[in-house]
Every structure is written in C-alpha cells, then in structure tokens.
Design a protein around this ligand. Structure first.
Ligand code: GUN
Ligand code: ZN
Length: 428
C-alpha cells in the first residue's frame, strides 16, 4: 500500500539553532511525502516524485503544511482531569490537586478511561508521541500502554516511584519500586512501538535508598530512558537542600545514586547552577522545557537560547497537567513568549524543530520519528494555516511561509490540525 500525501512539506537541512533557522529549514511549496507500509520512502517536489509512484493513492492536502507529528517529551497523563487547577505553587499544587487525582489510578478501569481520553485529546492536537509519567500504580502503566498499543502510536511511559513525602496510598518502597518497575519494563519495553521509562518522580519524594534502587535498575537496563524533575521551583530546590544536606546541588542527588546519564531526561531545569549545566552537557543528558507549566505554576524562565547555543540537548513538552494545555502549538507560543521575556525570541523554524526533531532527539528516537525523510516512521500531520478567522486574516497578508506559519503557532489550537497519520494511517 503506497500513499502520496501532498501539501507544503517542511524538512530540515540542518539543526536550526546551529545555523540560520531560515536556511536550515526547507518548505517545498507543492511537495509530496510517499509512504509505504507505515514508513516514509521519499519526499520532494510532487511533480517530479509522483510519476515514480503511479500506484500511489494520493491524499492532496492543498496548501496545508505537512510536518512530522508533534512529540511531547514530558507529560503526566494521569493529570488530564485536573488540568487548569487554580492558584497554587508546585508543592501545594501537588498536595492539593495532583495527589488526590493520582490516587484514583489504583482502579484499572479509571486508568484506561483516562488513557483513552488523553490519547484522543492529544492526537486531535497533532501529537503522535508522548513520554508520560504514570502513577505509583502498575495498573496505570498497563492502562496507558494498552491504550497506546491499540492506537498504534509510538509511546514512552513509566511507573512514577515515590516512597516519602506523599500520601500513604501513593507510596511504594525501594524494593517494590524496583520490583514493579522491572516487571513493567520486562512486560512492555520494546513491545510494538512502546518503550518503558524508569521514573523516580523527583528527589523530594524518594529516599536515597529508593533513588539507589532505581539507579541499579537503570544500570541493568542502560538502553531505557530515565525521567525525573530537576530544579523547577526555588522552594523545591531549598527543600532538596534540606533533605540532602551532603549533596553539592540538586543534580547531585541523582548523580550520587546512579541517576545521571546520557539516557536521562530532566524536566524543567530552570534554576541550574553552573556545575549542573556543565555536568548535564558533559554526560549528554537531555533537558525538557515545559513553558506553559513554568508560567502556570509560576516556576521561572527557562534559558532555551543559552542552553541550545551551549550545545545542550533540549526537548519541548506540555507537562500536562502542570502545563495548561494539551497543545504543542500553544506550547511553542509559550516558549516564544518566555524567549521574549529573556530577550531571545525563537524563530518559527526553531519552534517547529523543537516540537518535532528536537523532542525526538531528547528521547533518543531521532532515527525513527520527528523528521520527514526516507526511512522514518510516517507519523505526520497536516496543519491548516488559516484555521480561524483571526489566523486567516493574518496569514492572508504574509510575505513568506514563516510569516504564514507563525500566526498558527501563536493562535492555533486543535482546529488547525486538519489530519493526523499514525504510521501512515489517516486518523481523522
Ligand atoms: N515535580 C514533581 N512532580 C511534578 C508534577 O507532577 N508536575 C510538575 N510540574 N512538577 C513536578
Ligand atoms: Zn512533570
């Protein structure tokens, strides 16, 4: 089965933080993406490509922008039903809203219902892959992976481990965190398009023994990713200092327990010390920027431009439900606004790269997803660049493609997502 998807096709010749973003990106105005058996086999100008694929079924998306599905590198799917909860900072927000909701996931039917609704919501917003925290309950991981297997999406997730500073019903132990994580990893890692991620929530909710147990598990499975939170809010950093008085800094609480490495994903990372920045770069770890969360919970302004220029690997994420949106368009808009507040506005080509190839690279999946190129899995979306009256009147007077795209980044939502293909299969 061969499909030819036609539209304005976005590809990258280079990483748009390493050279001029406009010359790093390429938009083929009448482009084609040829897909066979869920994989991209060719891309280029439609006129020259189509004659080579006379058997292809053509799906003509007109002037819509064809790009890889968005990749959300840090989410909490169990927080779907408490997104947009008012008025708290991180620690109070966790205790007031997050933990009570996460307790519900001991019920497998509840977990499955939320997983299905989360995947439907994010697909409607053009997100084809996420890396999710689950809850303390193994059932919450089974529910998420079962839902992802049914939808055919490439997905990453792990059991959130906590053995202190959380309600009794949400606490495991060093041993049960190790055992449950290992059993889930064995059950799901590498099954279909699924990857297990070792997931200590953050240092305040894990004893040193639990961090060490998960560090040992990671050492046994170094190909797995490990995800956690780092230096999100100043009160949290002071708390970590008091809980780990011997540690050189927040990152050291992970490093000391075998939880720092190239396959490590550190969410937020706003208030980093110079040693932490150097060490993260030295080991090749990835940071994940969660801009709507950082403004919503009042955490601070991530230094995207500075870290990218220094060669740090960074992915982009909603951090649902600390983040206030399911949309990677809204997330790019917030990243742009934070860049503005820091005096370093990001270009549309950089924002779209972060939401696709950049996030894929942060997850170590850049050989599979996040780019339109032969051999890549065909998770694709078509963006309508005139999806609302407000956007259409602005893009109608754009002088070039970037001016036409930027209003959709700043003002677009799920109405802009005209089609989503999962492994080449249209879902809309
Ligand atoms: N730090 C520890 N847990 C969480 C969480 O669920 N959300 C956010 N934003 N930060 C955290
Ligand atoms: Zn988070």
């Amino acid at each position: 089965m061969t499909t030819a998807i036609l539209g304005q096709v976005l590809t990258y010749r280079a990483q748009p933080f390493e050279e001029d973003p406009v010359s790093a990106a390429h938009v083929e105005p009448r482009g084609a993406v040829i897909v066979e058996d869920g994989v991209i086999v060719a891309t280029g100008p439609a006129d020259s490509l189509l004659p080579h694929y006379p058997q292809a079924t053509v799906q003509d998306m007109g002037r819509h922008l064809i790009l890889p599905g968005f990749i959300d590198a840090h989410v909490h799917y169990p927080q779907t039903r408490m997104i947009a909860s008012w008025g708290k900072r991180l620690i109070d927000w966790l205790n007031s809203y997050t933990f009570p909701e996460e307790m519900r996931f001991s019920d497998p039917a509840y977990a499955r219902a939320v997983a299905d609704s989360y995947l439907a919501l994010t697909r409607a917003h053009g997100t084809t892959t996420v890396c999710s925290y689950c809850t303390i309950h193994p059932e919450s991981v089974d529910a998420f992976f079962a839902a992802a297997r049914d939808s055919g999406q490439r997905m990453l997730a792990g059991k959130t481990c906590m053995d202190r500073n959380a309600p009794e019903e949400l606490r495991d132990t060093p041993q049960s965190a190790y055992d449950d994580s290992k059993a889930l990893l064995t059950r799901w890692h590498g099954v279909d398009r699924l990857s297990y991620v070792i997931t200590p929530r953050f240092s305040p909710t894990s004893t040193p023994d639990q961090l060490a147990a998960l560090g040992a598990l990671w050492a046994e499975h170094p190909d797995c990713l490990m995800q956690t939170h780092l230096s999100e809010q100043t009160e949290e950093i002071s708390w970590v200092k008091s809980l780990f008085p011997e540690a050189r800094d927040y990152l050291d609480t992970y490093e000391e327990h075998g939880l720092l490495g190239a396959n490590g994903l550190y969410g937020h990372a706003i208030h980093l010390e110079p040693r932490e920045k150097d060490r993260l770069k030295e080991v090749g770890a990835a940071l994940v920027h969660c801009p709507t969360s950082n403004t919503f919970i009042g955490s601070g302004l991530f230094d995207m431009a500075g870290l990218m220029t220094a060669g740090q690997r960074v992915g982009l994420a909603t951090d649902t439900g600390g983040g206030s949106s399911f949309s990677m368009l809204r997330t790019m808009a917030a990243a742009y606004e934070i860049g503005q507040l820091r005096g370093t506005p990001l270009h549309a080509a950089q924002l779209l790269w972060l939401a696709t190839a950049g996030s894929a690279a942060s997850l170590g999946l850049d050989d599979k997803i996040g780019r339109i190129a032969p051999g890549m899995e065909a998770d694709l979306i078509a963006l309508d660049l005139s999806s609302t009256m407000a956007i259409a009147q602005r893009s109608a007077c754009a002088d070039d493609i970037w001016e036409a795209v930027f209003p959709t980044i700043m003002m677009g939502d799920d109405r802009a997502v005209a089609e989503v293909w999962i492994a080449g299969r249209a879902t809309a």
